[in-house]
Write a protein that binds this ligand. Sequence first.
Ligand code: FE2
Length: 272
Amino acid sequence: MSAFERDGFLVLPQFVSAAACDQLRERALQLVNEFDPQGLVSVFSTREQSRLADDYFLGSGDKIRFFFEADAFLPDGKLKQSKEESINKIGHALHDLDPLFSSFSRTSELQKLVAELGVRDPLLLQSMYILKQPRIVGEVNCHQDSTFLFTEPIDIVGFWFALEDAIIENGCLWVIPGGHDVGLLSRWVRVQEGGMRFQVVGSGSFNEEKLVPLEAPKGTLIVLHGLLPHRSQANRSAKSRHAYTLHVKGGQSLYPADNWLQRPPEMPLRGF
Ligand code: FE2
């Protein structure tokens, strides 16, 4: 059994160069600079999960969209802080729509690793740029990525690139080594009336006492099995913690129509 099969994760230091990390970071900040949030005020200025916010999220599978921190807007629709400090995530088709993100996501090294992990006919499904701003709550609860990207059979692999040093203080990843043996606990599905909800599919629970931090110097790649429970805590430091994540599925697995992330027929998933 490989370490990946046994533990459900791999940590690969220096998988990408510091220069490649800086380039991606600069490109992400450029995208943020070029983005005009004015049209989105109505989408995000209300606290409740509005229909508009759901549609903005559900329609992002084939786009580059910008997601704000909770409470980023003042009641008058203006941002409380700078645009860069207000956005927590860019998603979800950076890897297909932006040339630099595409080449970062389609290196021969990554293609070789995906083959070694046993993913057959891989397809690049989803990408996210996570800004994890300083002193922002930005906590992500313990979850399995296959909850959000369900396939039959389950063959999702997540690739988490540290573009800056990720340490406990700035909200590095925490994982439960071997925790993928719990099986899938829930699915996040589209609801016919609109929106999304969790659907319970398993009876186990996460043993969160067993979470361990994975501190990752800049350039490290962390590989996550789709069933591995993981979380990240708030960034309590004064520094940002930028990361890029990419999810890959096998070409033969089934991808249900009630998964939140969908592609229109004219923009099918692509491989390496
Ligand atoms: Fe995740």
